[in-house]
Design a binder for this molecule. Structure first.
Ligand SMILES: [Zn+2]
Ligand SMILES: [Zn+2]
Ligand SMILES: [Zn+2]
Length: 282
């Protein structure tokens, strides 16, 4: 499989299930992240073809394209000629009409072992660091930011049982309103759209009514108390906003962020995204 050039899709829109508002069912725009041709003579052909149910199960040499958005993924299977033709004319963008005519789209990328060996690892940002998506609260007060940074994941991708050596891209989320959510268990190793989908789903759950605690006077007061003990400074008049300010300065230690999300991490991710858009990051 060939990894295709990076493309961000800022401002993308996702549809959710009417009965399950945290479940994204499709995106307005997808990018193609990888593509390749599986030959009929490939020793793994049967294993790869069997990931698909009979009407769509390939019987001969076929092409596959992995498409993804920030919160969703599609796979296209079809005639190899469509892919070879597209490879020669990539500037024209994805040939949607030809893809529909000579193949079919399925939801999600196959996750069985044969496919896992073939599908390249993808992060949303080119170096696995940056903003993935931002979800606004319906009342306009604050937002939940899903982002990638290098670090130590708490949740590993399906089929992976061993902690990676050294920092790897981690996807998690942070609420700019209550600051205390997006905890350890929501730090997923960002290796495929499946993990980014999980992190974004947790973020969407936090947007649901009653989930966000909002700005917390209790946390502000607790921090003011700690400040008094540590610094010996007298009680500050009004502790409002102390916790939010502290969250902005939680140091992330370069490539190894702390175990909980913070506004400081969000800011670091934003810096990457800005640089990627100017193409000064790898
Ligand atoms: Zn924060
Ligand atoms: Zn919140
Ligand atoms: Zn970067």
């Amino acid at each position: 499989m060939h990894t295709l050039p990076f493309a961000d899709i800022p401002g993308n829109h996702h549809q959710v299930s009417p009965s399950e508002p945290t479940r994204v069912t499709s995106a307005r725009t997808y990018r193609a992240s990888w593509a390749g041709i599986i030959e009929a003579g490939d020793p793994q052909f049967q294993a790869l073809a069997q990931a698909f149910e009979p009407p769509h199960r390939p019987a001969a040499t076929f092409a596959a394209i992995g498409l993804e958005s920030q919160e969703h993924a599609l796979i296209w299977l079809g005639a190899p000629q469509v892919l070879t033709h597209w490879a020669l004319h990539q500037d024209d963008g994805l040939p949607i009409a030809a893809l529909n005519q000579h193949g079919a789209f399925g939801e999600h990328w196959p996750a069985d072992p044969a496919w896992r060996e073939r599908i390249p690892t993808t992060t949303w940002n080119p170096d696995g660091q940056g903003i993935v998506t931002e979800l606004d609260f319906p009342d306009g007060d604050g937002r939940v930011v899903v982002y990638e940074l290098l670090g130590k994941p708490a949740m590993l991708p399906a089929g992976v049982s061993r902690q990676p050596v050294g920092p790897v891209p981690v996807v998690t989320w942070h609420c700019t309103r209550c600051h205390s959510a997006g905890d350890t268990l929501d730090r997923y190793a960002s290796a495929s759209p499946a993990e980014r989908r999980e992190a974004a789903r947790a973020a969407r759950r936090h947007l649901r009514p009653g989930r966000c605690r909002g700005a917390s006077a209790r946390l502000d007061q607790a921090l003011a108390a700690v400040d008094r003990v540590v610094t010996g400074r007298p009680e500050s008049a009004d502790p409002t906003g102390l916790y939010a300010a502290w969250c902005q300065t939680k140091t992330t230690g370069g490539c190894t962020p702390g175990m909980v999300s913070s506004c400081a991490e969000v800011r670091e991710a934003r810096t990457h995204t800005a640089r990627h858009r100017m193409a000064t990051c790898p």
